[in-house]
Design a protein around this ligand. Structure first.
Ligand code: KG4
Ligand code: ZN
Length: 341
């Protein structure tokens, strides 16, 4: 079925990135601007919510203007406004939502609320408009969504249609990376720091536990995190110094082993045609490598610039909601649940 053409302007401000993007027909990216607050929050070792909201207020207008300028467009060329509705930090979300509401009211354009997690998985549909379109993901798709706040396996049987198979019982994969980075004094954000340190380390030096949770598609990373903590304390007592790279590599391998095996098992069990991996942790190089190298399934992983938070992914999810007529009346007081249907 051919979907109606549309140009979407999307805004994302759920955490510590103020972002705006313009996307054509759900896939072709005309512009994407991301104002990162990473350096500011690094001082605190994590995202400071009050500071994040204030930064969004400072950046949002110029981020939207830049996205329009880079695409050589004005609001008259846009068909609908999409915005991240949740989940996220309330004080941060509200800044993007109010900007989107203002734009929609001022221009008479429809307003589409997008779930941030749905956005992450639609990042796999996006490509730069000056490049050739890569193959579109095919349903049924096994989706591994791994971000700072979520780790989930979803079976996607069609656009906007998900069956959640399992999720984390405690820490999300990204959260575990961030906490272990703090233990190893590697700084913030933790994921890239652990990955970098792990490049110099031996992933087999420490045998950290893998929570397989057999018989379920759920994840658990808090036991692994605690195990790293005990090892760190033990080593500090014994010698005072830490083999940081070996600890980082062994921890990272434990996370990847579980994410890889459970996703592969689920893809086979549910008869998926292809695999899609999205969310901040999908930027992890060894995770990308194992999925590209060791699977019989075509695997879709967004380019690095679209793994972490951005507005292009919100524009893509917003487009499919718009084109398929799944637009909820955006109620600013209600955050949508996940999965959405
Ligand atoms: O999707 P995202 O940008 O924000 C949320 O929606 O949560 O994900 C951020 C998470 C952080 O926990 C960060 O440490 C992790 O993604 N992350 C990584 C890497 N890059 C970002 N984890 C492992 N390896 C990476 N290279
Ligand atoms: Zn995110």
């Amino acid at each position: 079925m051919a979907l109606k053409p549309a140009r979407i302007l999307a805004i994302e401000s759920s955490c510590d990135e103020t972002a705006c993007a313009i996307l054509e027909n759900g896939r072709a990216l005309l512009s994407s601007v991301v104002a990162s607050q990473m350096e500011i929050h690094a001082r605190y070792g994590g995202v400071f919510p009050e500071v994040a909201s204030r930064q969004h207020v400072l950046s949002i207008t110029s981020v939207v203007e830049q996205a329009l300028t880079q695409a050589h467009l004005t609001l008259k060329d846009i068909d609908a406004i999409a915005v991240t509705q949740g989940p996220g930090l309330a004080g941060s979300l509200v800044v993007g939502m109010n900007m989107a509401k203002g734009l929609a009211l001022g221009s008479g354009l429809p307003l589409i609320g997008v779930n941030h997690l749905e956005g992450h998985l639609y990042s796999a549909w996006v490509y730069n408009s000056d490049e050739r379109a890569p193959a579109e993901p095919q349903f049924p798709l096994m989706v591994l969504l791994v971000s700072g706040g979520h780790s989930e396996l979803n079976l996607m049987t069609d656009h906007l249609t998900y069956q959640r198979l399992g999720s984390t019982l405690d820490d999300a994969a990204g959260e575990a990376f961030d906490k272990v980075a703090r233990m190893l004094e590697l700084g913030y954000p933790g994921g890239p720091a652990v990955q970098k340190s792990a490049e110099e380390g031996d992933p087999n030096r420490f045998k950290f536990p893998r929570a397989w949770l057999d018989g379920t598609w759920d994840f658990s990373f808090s036991g692994l995190k605690t195990s790293v903590l005990y090892e760190v304390r033990e080593l500090q007592k014994k010698s005072g110094s830490l083999p940081v790279a070996d600890l980082a590599a062994s921890f990272q391998k434990a996370v990847i082993d579980v994410l890889y095996k459970k996703t592969m098992d689920a893809a086979r069990e549910f008869g998926a045609k292809e695999i899609l991996i999205a969310g901040g942790v999908s930027a992890n190089r060894p995770l990308r490598q194992i999925f590209k190298a060791q699977t019989e399934f075509p695997v879709h992983i967004p380019p690095l610039s679209l793994c972490t938070d951005n507005a292009a992914m919100i524009a893509s999810a917003g487009y499919y909601r718009f084109a398929l007529g799944h637009i909820s009346q955006l109620d600013m007081d209600v955050l949508p649940t996940w999965p959405l249907s």
